[in-house]
Write a protein that binds this ligand. Structure first.
Ligand SMILES: O=P(O)(O)OC[C@H]1O[C@](O)(COP(=O)(O)O)[C@@H](O)[C@@H]1O
Ligand SMILES: [Mg+2]
Ligand SMILES: [Mg+2]
Length: 336
């Protein structure tokens, strides 16, 4: 039988090779992975547990919270606050940051997460996930504030997601490529199942919510119309379309077989730069996608270079196969 490599073995080995995973970061990633295992157990309970349906509350962004949004958020906070690796956390489901209480040891990292991505898919048994991003607390001041989180995505020490689908898969980068771990449900352990993940530079598959077509900006319409024109159009090839409506699952497909994902700005809410969140969704996914040889922009600029100005900041997202992302970005520049 082939030797199975666990998450811990992988992290220790990577530290030996590249030196990017000091002890505190390894501990933090292991704790996040353990929390994802607990969230997976709740997800798998479905109608047998008190996990489906609405919680009857709204988050700071005015979105209705599902029971699992709240459960996943609590699991992540509880698992991480006493571990000693963190100074503070921020979540899509919390109004402001959660500073590690001073009864626990303080660490040097900041953790950001979308505890449950794809909330609209929970009740219909379609893949959902958890997305996370890790920053370093800069400076040696003691009290952490929201300002400490205002770092561009290039500063991420690690990022990843866990997809709760037919398989439970944890996908991780610490800046040395992308690795995937599959949860062995019988053993309760994460097993390395893919290393040095690469996204093909070209693709014939796009992901966008087509129902918003009439609200798009001209460069997005141009790009999608050209894809839809297929072999008779300027691209000279037929495209396929997928839209799962869980960013985690759509990005997982792109990391697995290529493709391009777009959630662009649109005219429904013209004052918002986009629907997706920069700190909890776009930055970690952009880091993973770039580490796998893909690209990620907001249509004009590289996502990882964007300087955030607030915790719950929104952004347009175009990510995936490099040549397609470059094409969409070029169309935006040409339209200027
Ligand atoms: O219904 P839409 O607008 O297509 O939304 C799908 C998008 O919304 C999201 O579900 C937002 O995530 P949350 O469930 O964390 O709010 C993304 O995962 C996904 O890409
Ligand atoms: Mg989300
Ligand atoms: Mg969410």
């Amino acid at each position: 039988m082939e030797k199975r490599i666990s998450l811990t073995q992988y992290l220790v080995e990577q530290q030996r090779k590249h030196g990017h995973i000091p002890g505190q970061l390894r501990l933090l990633l292991e704790v996040v992975a353990r929390a994802c295992k607990r969230i997976a157990i709740s997800v798998n309970k479905g109608a047998l547990g008190e996990v489906l349906g609405s919680a009857g509350s709204e988050n700071v962004q005015g979105e209705v919270q599902k029971k699992l949004d709240i459960i996943a958020n609590e699991v992540l906070i509880e698992a991480n606050e006493w571990g000693g690796a963190l100074a503070a956390m921020a979540s899509e489901e919390m109004d402001s940051i959660h500073v590690v209480p001073n009864r626990y040891p303080q660490g040097e990292y900041l953790l950001l997460f979308d505890p449950l991505d794809g909330s609209s898919n929970i009740d219909v048994n379609v893949s959902i996930g958890t997305i996370f991003s890790v920053l370093r607390k800069l400076g040696d001041h003691e009290s952490v504030t929201e300002r400490d989180f205002m770092q561009p995505g290039t500063r991420q020490a690690a990022a990843g997601y866990c997809v709760y689908g037919p398989q439970t898969t944890l996908v991780l980068t610490v800046g040395d490529g992308v690795a995937m771990f599959t949860l062995d449900r019988e053993q309760g352990s994460w097993v390395l199942t893919a290393e040095n993940v690469r996204i093909p530079e070209d693709t014939k598959e796009f992901a966008i919510n087509m129902s918003n077509k009439r609200h798009w900006d001209a460069p997005v319409t141009r790009y999608i119309d050209e894809c839809l024109a297929g072999t008779e159009g300027p691209r000279g090839k037929d495209f396929n379309m997928r839209w799962i409506a869980s960013m985690v699952a759509d990005v997982h497909r792109i990391l697995s077989r290529g493709g391009v994902f777009l959630y662009p700005w649109d005219k429904r809410e013209p004052d918002k730069p986009g629907k997706l969140r920069l700190m909890y969704e776009a930055n970690p996914m952009a880091f993973l996608v770039e580490q796998a040889g893909g690209a990620a922009t907001n249509g004009r600029e590289r996502i990882l270079d964007l300087q955030p100005s607030k915790l719950h900041e929104r952004v347009s997202v175009v990510l995936g196969s490099k040549n397609e992302v470059e094409r969409v970005t070029a169309y935006h520049h040409e339209a200027r």
